[in-house]
Design a binder for this molecule. Structure first.
Ligand code: FES
Length: 78
């Protein structure tokens, strides 16, 4: 999937009471700038509950700890 500039599109989907699902060509690096190997993945899920033992990736802990979050898009004010 590409955008209007023919650039590969990155889509981040906020999962209901779960992680951020990232699809598209992204690089994820740690605090030292080392890149995670995402070559075997078509998409990644990033933890937003804080409970994963494999941060920054989701390991499913969110469902065990009952993580709840608002995830609907709302208009932002300036
Ligand atoms: S969002 Fe899945 S473990 Fe945190």
């Amino acid at each position: 999937m590409t955008n209007e500039n023919e650039q590969p599109e990155v889509v981040i989907t906020v999962r209901e009471n779960g992680p951020y699902r990232v699809q598209g060509p992204v690089r994820i690096v740690d605090i030292d700038g080392n890149e995670y190997d995402l070559s075997a993945r078509k998409a990644v899920s990033l933890c937003r509950c804080g409970g994963s033992t494999t941060k920054p990736f989701c390991d499913g802990t969110h469902s065990k700890i009952g993580f709840e979050a608002a995830e609907r898009a709302v208009a932002m004010e300036d």
